[in-house]
Ligand binder design. Sequence first.
Ligand SMILES: [Cu+2]
Length: 283
Amino acid sequence: MRFFKALLGAASLSGLSAITAQAQDVAGKPSEGGYWFQESATPVMDELLKVHSLVFWIICAIVAFVTILMAYIMIRFREKSNPVPSKTSHNVLIEVIWTIAPVVLLLFMVVPSMQLLYMQDRLPETEITVKATGNTWNWQYTYPDFENIDEIISNPLDETQATEQNKPYLLGTDAPLVVPVGTKVKVLVTSVNNMHAWAVPSFGVKMDAVPGIINETWFEVYDEGTYYGQCSEICGILHYKMPIEVKVVSKAEFARWVANDGSFGDSIATNTSAISTAIAARD
Ligand SMILES: [Cu+2]
């Protein structure tokens, strides 16, 4: 077990070094030429990275072992050095080993995998709920907890708008989903037409949006910032234009946003029932 803990440690270190520094105001988006995961922003993503690292190193070891074995066999048993081939067709010991070894390896992988699946699937006591509905071609968000907040239609920005607003093209939207930091957020995911998937890589969240079905997932973001994702189920001609932008704000700012009927403007919050609901959700 200590060996695997050491393996995990080494793996997560190498993973971290591959992550490039993000711009200050953006906490989760793809990086140019990036090939590793985005930096984790939630407990689920932390666990996902650990399981990935474990499985990744096991796979590397298997690939190396098989490659070396193949090379050895090709050289050692080539026709020139082995003119009279062996007629052996069975070796009980070897067959037992190559049956048991993969079973043991699979057990090492399946236990943490199942733990992760349960963690993603079993919602903890969530504090607020948002509903994400996939349309052709945008995401629509509603806040069942806060009646005063109208549905948010989150449309992609075109290239000019994205440049003007200093947001990444095909990731930035005109109206992000707004959630508080350090809060367990339940996400209800569905669709009105065909299948989509609501996915934010740095949250470790990818949930199918299926018409007639409401799927549940959850996240709890460590830090304030803007996190990007995309529709991750090929849904049609404008699939690439269904970005997901999540703006994570402080709990106080979120309470003010709710009280202002879903606006970050300077207007003084007057909706006291919304404030108390938001504060109740916060506590
Ligand atoms: Cu889609």
